[in-house]
Ligand binder design. Structure first.
Ligand code: FAD
Ligand code: DHB
Length: 389
């Protein structure tokens, strides 16, 4: 098979890129290792920035999101005693959309056939070849048969563990990494949220986050040692812990219910540079990971795709190589700022095992500063709604 862009991975990055390219008449094929149900079964992000919402609007795929998603004008930080309200609408005139990654992915998946976007699921042994040349190709196995896709470009949208980043020689790339000494235990339950906006809490027992998917479905997290297993946390134990860490006001409004999903995700900051090598462009988690504090992972994937789609359509439709040459620097400039924000908020809201009284005093001072400074709140609001692309 021959195409213009071979996209590896049908997560949000790969599907968004595929739709944006097809909308501009660029040929592409998406290769995904898993089944559609498996991809939709992964419960991940829930907060969308303007960039992600506007890409869905541009594609005309925003109807269900606008009908079922929740606009949030504000977000809260809790320090055990008070709720610090960050009024994003007032501070920066912008807001975020609460709409699950699963739902966004489903909207993109469902629209693929009618938009002539070919997605090949259950593609095994995906391998990239000749990425430094102008004629790269991808091989994969399907139903026991080996296939080959020749392309002008390959877009590596295959997440942190996919083969794309590994196709770039170690001598060319640089990795920046910080692994955190805890994970987030998440619970999804069909119960009303305890608050109409999100609450990120730093309690002496650890971090907690109250989030939601809708007015009838809640998502909560606590941080746990990396040695903990999901089986260590019965639903009751987790609800008890959330009630303590989120504080008495929120606890009074927590509705308990059985977990639909419960899992532990490790926390990591990671950046791979450059994000392009020859004819291979990396987008999303294949190039970078942020800790989830701040809800930036999915939104960064969307901003990469925004730049990559512009670069690739410029190449094919305007014979311009400019966007391709600039892609890595342009994308990384925004990536690093989101890395900074996610790292800062993670440091502020978690108790690190290695921290002593000084580090704790710095957290208290910082939270007190945020509570009393419009400038500090504005900075958080500006980053939380998403920096401009
Ligand atoms: P992915 O969603 O990982 O998609 C990559 C796709 O590539 C997958 O479908 C995968 O199956 C496919 N693939 C992988 N290898 C191959 C291969 N060999 N061949 C073909 N296809 C392949 N972000 C937040 O903002 N908030 C959260 O709460 C949050 N929770 C998270 C929890 C977990 C466990 C993880 C892993 C991430 C979480 N994130 C969260 C981050 C967010 O979900 C990601 O940033 C987002 O999914 C990135 O999208 P992506 O398309 O780049 O990668
Ligand atoms: C959710 C996840 C996050 O990482 C975050 O910062 C906010 C919300 C969520 O899953 O709802």
């Amino acid at each position: 098979m021959k195409t213009q862009v071979c996209i590896i991975g049908a997560g949000p990055a790969g599907l968004l890129l595929g739709h944006l390219l097809r909308a501009e008449g660029v040929d592409c094929v998406v290769l995904e290792r898993q089944t559609p149900d498996y991809v939709l079964g992964r419960i991940r992000a829930g907060v969308l920035e303007t960039i992600t919402v506007s890409l869905m609007e541009r594609l005309g795929l925003d109807a269900r999101m606008k009908a079922e998603g929740l606009w949030h004008d504000g977000v809260n930080l809790a320090d055990g005693e008070r709720l610090i309200h960050i009024d994003m609408a007032d501070l920066v005139g912008n807001r975020v959309m609460v709409y699950g990654q699963t739902e966004l992915t489903r909207d993109l998946m469902d629209a693929a056939p009618e938009r002539d976007l070919e997605v090949i699921y259950e593609a095994a042994d995906v391998a990239l070849h000749d990425v430094e040349s102008d004629a790269p190709y991808v091989t994969y196995t399907s139903d026991g048969t080996q296939h080959r896709i020749d392309a002008r470009f390959i877009a590596g949208c295959d997440g942190f563990h996919g083969p794309s980043r590994k196709a770039i020689p170690a001598s060319v790339g640089q990795e920046f990494e910080r692994v955190y000494p805890f994970g987030w235990l998440g619970i999804l339950a069909d119960v009303p949220p305890c608050n109409h906006e999100l609450i990120y809490a730093n309690h002496e027992r650890g971090f907690a986050l109250a989030s939601m998917r809708s007015n009838t479905r809640s998502r909560y997290y606590v941080d746990v040692p990396l040695t903990d297993k999901v089986e260590d946390w019965s639903d009751d134990r987790l609800w008890d812990e959330l009630a303590i860490r989120l504080g008495p006001d929120a606890a009074a409004h927590i509705t308990r219910g059985p977990a639909i999903e419960k899992s532990i995700a490790p926390l990591r900051s990671f950046v791979f540079a450059p994000m392009r090598h020859g004819s291979l462009l990396l987008c999303g988690d294949s190039a970078h990971i942020v800790p989830p504090t701040g809800a930036k992972g999915l939104n960064l994937a969307a901003s990469d795709v925004h730049y990559a789609a512009a670069a690739l359509t410029g190449f094919f439709n305007k014979s311009s190589n400019e966007g391709i040459v600039a892609y890595s620097d342009t994308a990384l400039a925004r990536v690093w700022k989101s890395e900074r924000f996610s790292w800062t908020l993670t440091k502020l809201m978690h108790r690190f095992p290695e921290d002593g009284p000084f580090e704790r005093a710095m957290q208290v001072a910082e939270l007190d500063y945020i509570a009393t400074s419009r400038a500090a709140q504005t900075s958080i609001a500006e980053n939380y709604v998403g920096l401009p692309v």
